[in-house]
Design a protein around this ligand. Structure first.
Ligand SMILES: Nc1ncnc2c1ncn2[C@@H]1O[C@H](COP(=O)(O)OP(=O)(O)OP(=O)(O)O)[C@@H](O)[C@H]1O
Ligand SMILES: [Mg+2]
Length: 344
């Protein structure tokens, strides 16, 4: 649905050149919710603005819905853009227009008849749950409601793609979740491809199918969210994951390691990660039954990524060296991800 080929964007201000995007290649499939995460200044907004050519890339190609946007004339680009909706962090609503009139605006611009506008806007307001706010003004709405207006407006021309630039960053956690739910809803109902730009891992974890991690204008990691979560490759990704799932060893656990070392007890600290059906508990029961080791649970958490349960458990294995090694081999054979954190 969206293909970006070697996108570069260099901003020039005076003698200064800033490379905001430095060779981006991405393939976003039709109907998926694709997340792009990165710290401030990573180039996220620039990238998303290149997808609808609000920003013209310095080099590279942007192909959306089979059309190479970098090669279109102004008129052709205007038409192509109607099929790419966008929502923003600060909603960008017109304050002097009612909710109805805000949503109607893109249709008015396209010369759609009054009757059609009436029925389309009503349909959209129903979709986003704002039927009763048609004649309210943006100033009379909550943040979440304002974003719902933004979403309805972005969908007015039946786009194939919806771009969301930090669409929930100005909202509280509950409202964020209700907007994420709505995005998921319209993704399913309309088979809409959604690109979500965010600096919040929570957003990625709740609704995205795949994610790309952007750092200093480059994609440092891309893949299904569950893979990126459980096998982060880059330090930047680890930092994001740490913001929602604590993968770092907490201090109490580290202190315990130091204590054990001082006592001279042979032990191994092991972190196991499990996804979906392979729950951790039965494995530990088996471990204790079949091997002459003790397994002390030091730390653990259980969470979900979209619809998949995901957990992490930090264990301390104590026993004869051979028994501990055998136990470790057993764990590795259980379709779990096993990582020995530190030999004590
Ligand atoms: N119009 C511009 N002129 C000059 N430099 C720009 C312009 N727009 C962005 N930049 C620079 O490009 C880099 C990437 O900016 P961008 O806004 O894409 O980052 P971002 O990831 O969206 O950050 P944030 O999370 O803060 O929104 C930054 O160094 C920024 O200063
Ligand atoms: Mg930005």
């Amino acid at each position: 649905m969206i293909t970006l080929k070697n996108i570069r964007k260099v901003f020039t201000s005076g003698d200064n050149k800033i490379t905001a995007l430095n060779g981006i290649d991405l393939d976003i499939k039709g109907g998926e919710i694709f997340g792009i995460i990165g710290f401030s200044g990573a180039g996220k907004s620039t990238l998303v603005r290149c997808i609808n050519m609000l920003e013209k890339p310095t080099a590279g190609e942007v192909i959306v819905n089979g059309q190479n946007l970098t090669q279109l004339s102004k008129g052709e680009l205007r038409l192509a853009r109607r099929k790419i909706g966008m929502i923003f962090q600060h909603f960008n609503l017109l304050w002097s227009r009612t909710v109805f009139e805000n949503v109607a605006l893109p249709l008015e611009i396209n010369g759609v008849s009054r009757d059609k506008i009436q029925s389309k806007v009503n349909e959209l307001l129903q979709l986003v749950g704002l039927e009763d706010k048609a004649s309210a003004y943006p100033a009379q709405l909550s943040g979440g409601q304002k974003q719902r207006v933004g979403i309805a407006r972005a969908l007015a021309n039946d786009p194939k793609v919806l771009l969301c630039d930090e669409a929930t960053s100005a909202l509280d956690p509950d409202t964020t979740d209700s907007i994420l739910k709505l995005l998921q809803d319209i993704n399913r109902k309309l088979n809409l491809t959604i690109v979500v730009i965010t600096h919040e891992m929570h957003v990625i974890k709740e609704i995205c199918d795949r994610v790309a991690v952007l750092d200093r204008g480059q994609v440092v990691e891309v893949g299904p969210v569950i893979d990126v979560f459980t096998r982060p490759q880059s330090p930047v990704t680890r930092r994001f994951i740490n913001s929602v799932v604590k993968t770092d060893i907490p201090e109490v656990v580290r202190n315990r390691q130091i204590e054990l070392k001082a006592n001279g007890s042979p032990a191994k600290i092991v972190r196991i990660s499990f996804i979906g059906q392979s729950a951790g508990e039965p494995v530990i029961t088996q471990l204790i039954k079949n091997f002459n080791v003790t397994a002390n649970i030091l730390y653990g958490n259980l969470d979900h990524i979209k619809d998949t349960i995901y957990g992490m458990l930090t264990l301390e294995l104590t026993g004869q060296e051979q028994a501990v090694n055998d136990a470790l081999q057993f764990l590795k054979g259980q379709n779990l991800q096993v990582e020995v954190i530190q030999h004590v």
